[in-house]
Design a protein around this ligand. Structure first.
Ligand code: ADE
Ligand code: ZN
Length: 325
């Protein structure tokens, strides 16, 4: 199987529904309202998705729950050929923003990742992510958690959540704090908020990657700017199609952005929520746009270059990619 790099994966968003149901059962929590009869997550639109996501996450109350989650997510990623992954981690959900508690959650995640590297052959790195609809004050607390725990495992800082709440500039302090601590930066933008949202995130937060960013396609000058600046887009086409950002795969702008010289990459976002995997994403891209080995090699090269890991790790992953193709 082709080795793959994934740059945009929410750790809780990778939780298999059976895993969450199992933990809920162990803790005697009734979460039946967030599941469909066939066992999958039940939600009707993006706003509802965020609520169901938070409800599912609410049963993960201890560092060891996050250790088990990390193992479940990495097993699934490795089974789909992922050899290097960056996961969004949320101190809001892991200790409520308390740095001491966050350190314990982070240790459980990083320790599980270290073991999985040895026995599954997948390398994980973390990106602390603040949640936009929790507001700028919360984001400051989360940035401090990130700054305090930057290290070999934790390399980045970002923002997720409801893009229609607030503006990127409201989060400038948090991003400045993370940058000053040496963290690399990404922001969700242009999933729901249009091209302006992407332009604002690049200008006001000085990020080097954009989560999604696909709605930049509606502003040709912005697309040129993104290509020229070498900003990488963490595209998640299956997520966008499932949530209705685009009606079908053929309408997704990933190929148009690529043709215009934008560095695009491919990720799953929240795979069980969107009924996708990295293998499914690759198969659909191949079937829809005729992407072949050469294009996938370009995509992997983009992802490797934009990964937030140290250079030694990048060189090791480069070798793994070469061996596998
Ligand atoms: N959190 C988890 N998935 C997300 C998405 N697709 N957009 C914004 N925030 C998220
Ligand atoms: Zn996302």
């Amino acid at each position: 199987m082709r080795p793959k790099i994934e740059l945009h994966l929410h750790l809780e968003g990778g939780a298999p529904p059976a895993f969450i149901r199992g933990i809920a059962r162990e803790k005697g929590v009734d979460l039946s309202s967030i599941f469909r009869h066939d066992g999958g997550y039940a939600y009707k639109d993006f706003g509802h998705f965020l609520k169901v996501y938070e409800a599912a996450t609410s049963v993960l109350t201890r560092p060891e729950d996050y250790g088990r989650l990390t193992r479940a997510v990495l097993e699934e990623s490795a089974a789909n050929g992922v050899v290097y992954s960056e996961a969004f981690l949320s101190p809001d959900f892991c200790g409520g923003g308390d740095v001491g508690a966050w350190r314990e959650y982070l240790s459980a995640i990083a320790e599980t990742a270290r073991k999985a590297e040895a026995d599954l052959g997948i390398t994980l790195r973390g990106i602390v992510t603040c949640i936009r609809h929790f507001g700028p004050e919360k984001a400051k607390t989360i940035a401090r958690c990130a700054a305090e725990t930057k290290g070999d495992f934790l390399n980045g800082f970002g923002i997720a959540g409801d893009e229609m709440v607030g503006k990127p500039r409201d989060f400038r302090w948090a991003f400045d704090c993370a940058r000053e601590a040496g963290l690399r930066l990404t922001a969700h933008a242009g999933e729901w908020g249009g091209a302006d949202s992407v332009r604002d995130a690049i200008r006001d937060l000085a990020v080097e990657r954009i989560g999604h960013g696909v709605q930049a396609i509606d502003d040709p000058a912005l697309v040129d700017d993104i290509a020229e600046a070498g900003i990488t887009l963490e595209c998640c086409p299956g997520s966008n199609v499932f949530l209705g950002v685009y009606p079908d795969w053929a309408s997704h702008p990933i190929e148009k952005l690529r043709e215009k010289g934008v560095k695009v990459t491919v990720s799953t976002d929240d795979p069980p929520f969107f009924h996708t995997t990295m293998r499914t994403e690759y198969d659909r891209l191949s079937a829809t746009f005729g992407w072949d080995e050469t294009v996938f090699e370009e995509i992997e090269a983009n992802a490797l270059a934009a990964a937030f890991c140290d250079e030694e790790t990048r060189a090791r992953i480069a070798k793994t990619l070469k061996k596998g193709t």
